[in-house]
Design a protein around this ligand. Structure first.
Ligand code: HAM
Length: 409
C-alpha cells in the first residue's frame, strides 16, 4: 500500500477539479472588479500572531493549531486563517490608509474531519483595511454574496449581527455570563467550561440550544455609534438587494471582531455542515498586533464547502478542440495545428500515444470538448474534418478555419 494523504486532507484531480478552477477564476475576476489587489502571505507564521490576533481562548488557538518548533527553536504555526497575516503584513510594511487585498490558499485547523470540515481546507477572502465606513462592510458582504451567485448556489441568505464596539462587547459579555451562570446547572460540561473562559462560545453550543435561545442579544446592548453603523450596513445591503436575516446569537469563533459580523447560509448546505463563508469588522485587530489603530473589515469563503454545494453544470465543460490524428504520417502537422490553435487562444489538445482513431475519439468525448478536428487524407487538399460533438454535424473546412468554426459553436 502506498502512503495515503494525511487524515483530513484531500487530493483534487481532474475532472472534479474543473469546479475548483471555475470557482477560483470567478473569485479572481470578482476581486479584481471590486478593486482588491492580490496579497500573498506565508503559510506559516510566528505562533504568537494567532494567539494575540485570533485570541488565546478561541477554539482555533486553544485546540486546532498545527504548531511546530523550527530548527532554530522558533515556535511556528501553519496558518488557521489569513486575516491576522494580512494585517501583520500591512503593519510590518508601515502602510497607512486604505489597502484592499484578496487572497486564496490553504488553511490548517486540527479538527475532527467530517462533512464540510477538513484539516487542510482552501479559503478565498478579501480584507479592506483603513476604512471605517459601513459602506466597506456592505461591499465586503456583497463580494461573498456575488461569488456564491456566480457559483450557481441559490437561496443564499446572509446572517447578520453586530457585536458593538469593544466596550459594548465587554458589557454584553458580563450580562451573558450572569445569565448563563444562573442556568449553569442546565448547561453541558463543555459549556460550563467555556462559561469560565469565553462565555460567547457557549452561544455556539448545539446541546444547549434551549438555554441559548433565551440569552441576551448583542443588538440590545449596542452603543450609539455602533447602532448607527449597523443601521447603515442594513440600509446598504437593502440597496444592493442582498437578502439578510438578523442572527442575534451570531458571534463567530474569532476574538478580533467588533460591530458587523456575518455568515452565508444556503438552503443546499445545511447549518449543521457549517457556513459557506463569513467575516466581519475587526477594528481592534491592528492594535492587538501592536500596531496603530487601523479599521478593517473582511471575509473568507470556504472553497471546499462551496464546491461541494455547486450544482452540476449542464452542457460542456471544456469548450475546446481535440485534434484526432487519423493519418499517422500527418502527426507532426497535427501537432502544429494544436499549437496554432493554442497560440490563437483556444483550448486545444491531442493524444500523443499513437492510439487508434476510435480511442482518440473516446478521449475527446471524456474531455467534453466542443469540436473534434480530424487530420487525415483531406489534409493534402488543405482541409480538416471538424465535428460538433454535441450535434454530430460534420464538415471539411480549410485548416485555417478550424478556430473560427469552433468559436461559432
Ligand atoms: P472562519 O469563519 O473561521 O473565518 O472561516 C471562514 C470559512 O472558512 C468558513 O465559513 C468555512 O466555509 C471555511 N472553513 C473554516 N474551517 C473549515 C474547515 N475545517 N474545513 C472546511 N472549511 C472550513 C475566518 O477564517 C476569518 N479569517 C474570516 C474573516 C476575514 N474575517 C475578517 N476577514
Amino acid at each position: 500500500m502506498t502512503t495515503r494523504a494525511p487524515k483530513g486532507a484531500v487530493d483534487v484531480l481532474p475532472p472534479e477539479s474543473g469546479r475548483w478552477r471555475r470557482l477560483l477564476r470567478a473569485f479572481d475576476s470578482l476581486a479584481e472588479r471590486y478593486g482588491y489587489g492580490l496579497a500573498l502571505t506565508p503559510v506559516f507564521e510566528a505562533t504568537e500572531l494567532f494567539s494575540r490576533g485570533v485570541g488565546e481562548e478561541t477554539e482555533i488557538v486553544s485546540k486546532q493549531m498545527y504548531t511546530f518548533t523550527d530548527k532554530a527553536g522558533r515556535s511556528l504555526t501553519l496558518r488557521p486563517e489569513a486575516t491576522a497575516s494580512v494585517v501583520r503584513a500591512y503593519l510590518q510594511e508601515g502602510r497607512s490608509g486604505v489597502l484592499k487585498c484578496a487572497y486564496s490558499g490553504p488553511m490548517f485547523r486540527y479538527e475532527q474531519p467530517q462533512a464540510g470540515r477538513r484539516r487542510q481546507f482552501h479559503q478565498v477572502g478579501v480584507e479592506y483595511l483603513g476604512e471605517p465606513s459601513p459602506d466597506a462592510d456592505v461591499e465586503v458582504v456583497e463580494v461573498g454574496y456575488r461569488l456564491l451567485q456566480e457559483a450557481g448556489i441559490r437561496e443564499v441568505v446572509v446572517l447578520l449581527n453586530s457585536l458593538g464596539d469593544p466596550a459594548d462587547r465587554a458589557d454584553y459579555r458580563t450580562r451573558l455570563r450572569s445569565y448563563l451562570e444562573e442556568r449553569a446547572e442546565a448547561l453541558s460540561a463543555e459549556s460550563r467550561r467555556r462559561l469560565a473562559t469565553n462565555p460567547l462560545r457557549v452561544l455556539d453550543s448545539k446541546e444547549d440550544a434551549s438555554v441559548v435561545a433565551g440569552a441576551p442579544a448583542t443588538l440590545d446592548h449596542l452603543g450609539a455609534a455602533a447602532a448607527t453603523h449597523f443601521a447603515a450596513v442594513r440600509c446598504g445591503l437593502e440597496r444592493r438587494s442582498i437578502p439578510y436575516e438578523i442572527a442575534p446569537r451570531l458571534v463567530r469563533g474569532l476574538d478580533y471582531y467588533n460591530r458587523t459580523v456575518f455568515e452565508y447560509q444556503a438552503s443546499s448546505y445545511t447549518a449543521a455542515q457549517g457556513a459557506l463563508g463569513g467575516g466581519g469588522r475587526y477594528d481592534p485587530l491592528a492594535e492587538l498586533l501592536g500596531g496603530p489603530p487601523t479599521p478593517g473589515v473582511g471575509l473568507a469563503m470556504g472553497v471546499d464547502r462551496i464546491v461541494g454545494a455547486m450544482p452540476e453544470v449542464s452542457g460542456r465543460e471544456d469548450r475546446g478542440v481535440f485534434v484526432v490524428v487519423a493519418d499517422p504520417e500527418r502527426r507532426e502537422e497535427a501537432l502544429d495545428l494544436v499549437a496554432a490553435l493554442r497560440t490563437g487562444g483556444l483550448a486545444a489538445d491531442s493524444d500523443l500515444g499513437d492510439r487508434s482513431v476510435k480511442a482518440q475519439f473516446r478521449a475527446a468525448a471524456r474531455r467534453g470538448v466542443t469540436v473534434v478536428a480530424v487530420v487525415g487524407a483531406e489534409w493534402a487538399r488543405g482541409l480538416v474534418t471538424v465535428r460538433d460533438m454535441a450535434t454530430g454535424e460534420e464538415e471539411a473546412v480549410p485548416i485555417g478555419e478550424v478556430a473560427a468554426w469552433t468559436q461559432a459553436r
